[in-house]
Design a protein around this ligand. Structure first.
Ligand SMILES: CCCCCCCCCCCCCCCC(=O)SCCNC(=O)CCNC(=O)[C@H](O)C(C)(C)COP(=O)(O)O
Ligand SMILES: Nc1ncnc2c1ncn2[C@@H]1O[C@H](COP(=O)(O)O)[C@@H](OP(=O)(O)O)[C@H]1O
Length: 332
């Protein structure tokens, strides 16, 4: 039997009063605790967040559908090993690996994510003045997301998770099929990673290759959107409508934990424009990756791995007060 109480929302003339950021903090604190069993779990996004997050799978579907329907893409040969169209048959500039946006933007995508986040962190007044708690928590969130990027694409106590997944699903460096190379391999364990394999002229074949581009572009751009959207808008679904679990297990809107100073601040674009530009270009490159590279399943796993890291940083804390005390929530 449920021990939860009925909702205790305030009423006026029998009508419920909406919980808004303009209510005095004292009344919000006591009145906004909602314990209705049907209340949406704090671990899940609000409706507006879900709508915005859905842009990512929608983009992957759009790109994949385009690649199936476009006569130029259909007519161009495709190499499953290189995950791309051979450059001489590339159906568009963006289908070439050497395109300038890939080389200088996506391939160093975490540098751009870091720079955009740093600009937001330093210049957005919504984070308080100086080394505020909100600024420190935002830095923690960035660090954990960065750690996830490191584990998935760069290093995970040896080869990164993408390379371990590839090997685990039966993939290997093509040089290993050559018995001579196999002998040398016992001394050169570096062939275990995609980068080392390609570096010695081998081809990394046979396993499931999670799309690193899809992973990085979603992780980096969503980090930026999650951080700066609450600073840019007063939309309920991105700010006060978010639900959290309190220490006593009750579910409330995030207004109960809000710093009263944050209430007085008006939304501002200061420090956001550069992040907005980086996030928008990342979306475009995600669409290009979806249209010209990888199988649909490799793109889907790239999305899943990115979403799991984002969920741990942006949704898990809503339901676990101890984690929330360290990572906080954007705009709170
Ligand atoms: C509370 C816990 C604290 C823990 C803190 C951990 C922080 C770790 C620090 C790690 C250093 C952060 C560095 C930040 C600055 C930079 O990002 S500079 C590096 C720039 N490099 C990139 O951006 C590379 C991005 N590229 C890739 O990841 C891959 O190339 C790819 C896009 C995934 C594609 O892979 P391919 O194999 O090349 O196709
Ligand atoms: N949008 C894009 N533009 C250009 N190249 C892309 C791309 N998306 C993926 N690629 C290329 O496709 C290959 C597989 O990408 P990933 O696994 O990172 O998603 C990589 O090749 P290289 O490793 O030869 O550079 C990568 O550069």
């Amino acid at each position: 039997m449920s021990t939860r109480r009925k909702p205790t929302s305030p009423t006026a003339n029998g009508q419920p009063i909406p919980l808004t950021s303009t209510m005095p903090a004292s009344s919000i604190r006591s009145s906004s605790i909602r314990t209705h069993p049907a209340a949406r779990s704090p671990f899940f996004p609000t409706r507006l967040e879900a709508l915005l997050i859905a842009i990512y799978p929608a983009t992957l579907i759009l790109g994949s559908v385009f690649s199936i329907l476009s006569p130029a893409s259909r007519g161009a040969p495709y190499s499953a090993t290189s995950q791309s169209h051979p450059p001489e048959f590339a159906p568009s500039y963006f289908a070439q690996k050497r395109n300038v946006f890939n080389v200088y933007f996506v391939k160093v995508g975490w540098f751009w994510t870091t720079l955009a986040f740093a600009v937001f962190l330093v210049f957005n007044p919504g984070l308080g003045s100086g080394l505020s708690v909100r600024r420190i928590r935002a830095t923690f969130r960035y660090s954990v997301v960065t750690l996830w990027w490191v584990f998935v694409t760069q290093w995970f106590f040896g080869p990164p998770l993408i390379d371990r997944g590839f090997r685990f699903t039966g993939g290997q460096c093509e040089l290993l099929r050559d018995p001579e190379a196999r002998q040398e391999m016992s001394e050169t364990r570096e062939y275990f990673t995609a980068a080392a394999c390609k570096g010695v002229g081998g081809s990394w074949k046979g396993g499931h290759d999670i799309s690193g581009h899809v992973f990085l572009l979603i992780l980096g751009s969503a980090l930026l959107w999650f951080e700066f959207l609450p600073a840019l808008t007063r939309a309920e679904g991105l700010r006060d409508g978010r639900r959290i679990m309190l220490d006593d297990g009750k579910v409330a809107t995030v207004a109960v934990e809000k710093d009263p100073d944050a209430e007085k601040e008006t939304p501002t674009k200061q420090g956001v424009k550069f992040s907005l530009g980086v996030a928008a270009l990342m979306w475009w490159m995600l669409l290009m990756t979806a249209a010209y590279f990888h199988t649909w399943f490799e793109k889907f796993t790239g999305l899943l791995v990115a979403f799991s890291g984002l969920w741990a940083v942006y949704f898990l804390p809503r339901g676990v007060p101890a984690v929330r005390a360290v990572l906080g929530m954007p705009g709170v």
